[in-house]
Design a protein around this ligand. Structure first.
Ligand SMILES: Nc1ncnc2c1ncn2[C@@H]1O[C@H](COP(=O)(O)OP(=O)(O)OP(=O)(O)O)[C@@H](O)[C@H]1O
Ligand SMILES: [Mg+2]
Length: 293
């Protein structure tokens, strides 16, 4: 392909330098060794808008956190199974999936479902289309909103961070994720309709905080698919900053063809194109996340 990919731009700001969000880059603390025993912090990646980078962020933030020495579990809570596919797992051939843990039939334990990914220290609870039935079946369960929480409670002591990749919906599965989570991370695509529907999302978060999980906090808003060459994307980013202020991460994920390529390769960008701007961006987001936890 002729021309320069947006991703090729130099990344990495020095503290105080004005970054892509127009604010001085923070002086982030050095990454500390992980707490032992692991803290088991749960982060839900949620936005009911489709295709904003939830799955891409879950995989690559997870892989970057592993580079920082964290043990990470990724939970695929989307019947599309994109997270599983993105890590090279064929969802159609799974003998067990998250579904079996939410709607137990017989004796499937969480250990039967957890799989190691091709990145050392990065595990996954995979999903497939079976999960779409759970949304309906959970309705008649007792304490239906706490089902995922009960599952994750069994493995929290093994992981530093558990990232939940939500489906583009605010249905019962997403409510389960928000109920199980300590934090919610909101990926926002830097395009015209980015903020449409965000009020509904923040409303939903507020309701979960009030009724189901008073511990839930917004960890931050991650701008994704940013094309710094267009005035339009810069204007959208400004509006996102007006709306969310300091909740917006300093790290802006640029639009690059490398991300779709990583899905085909079935691995994170941190291993697929380790030196790329996209990989560096997710490493930088990981540092910001660790500083905010
Ligand atoms: N920074 C980026 N630059 C270019 N393409 C990207 C970027 N991030 C993600 N993509 C691509 O955009 C598409 C949607 O991304 P992704 O699947 O991560 O979004 P999502 O919010 O999880 O979608 P869904 O709502 O369907 O679950 C994918 O094809 C992905 O490879
Ligand atoms: Mg997704």
């Amino acid at each position: 392909m002729a021309g320069k990919d947006v991703d090729d731009e130099p990344g990495g700001y020095r503290p105080g330098e004005i970054d892509e969000t127009g604010r001085p880059w923070p002086d982030l603390p050095e990454v500390q060794p992980p707490h032992r025993p692991p803290l088991g912090i749960v982060i839900a990646l949620t936005n009911q808008k489709g295709g904003v980078g939830k799955t891409t962020t879950t995989i690559n933030l997870g892989a970057a956190l592993v580079e920082d020495g964290r043990r990470v579990l990724l939970v695929d809570l989307d019947p599309q199974g994109s997270l599983s596919i993105g890590l090279g797992i064929n969802p159609h051939t799974l003998s067990h999936s998250v579904y079996d843990l939410l709607i137990p039939r017989g004796q499937v334990s969480v250990d039967d479902v957890i799989m190691a990914s091709n990145v050392d220290g990065l595990d996954i609870l995979p999903a497939n289309i079976d999960l779409s039935a759970a949304e309906v079946q959970l309705v008649s369960e007792v304490a239906r909103e706490q089902t995922l929480m009960r599952v994750l409670d069994k493995v929290k002591d093994r992981y530093d961070i558990i990232l939940i990749d939500c489906a583009p919906s605010l249905g019962l599965l997403t409510i389960n994720a928000l109920t199980a989570a300590d934090f919610v991370l909101i990926p926002l695509e830097c395009e015209f309709f980015a903020l449409r529907g965000v009020a509904l999302l923040t409303d939903t978060i507020a309701k979960v905080q009030e009724r189901l999980n008073s511990n839930l906090r917004v960890l931050g808003v991650a701008p994704t698919m940013f094309d710094h060459r267009t005035l339009h994307a810069r204007e959208v980013l400004e509006r996102v900053l007006d709306a969310f202020g300091d909740e917006v991460f300093h790290t802006v994920i640029r639009r690059t063809i490398k991300f779709p390529e990583t899905t085909v390769a079935g691995e994170p960008i941190t291993t697929y194109a380790s030196a790329s701007g996209g990989a560096q961006a997710y490493r930088s987001l990981a540092r910001e996340v660790l500083a905010r936890l």
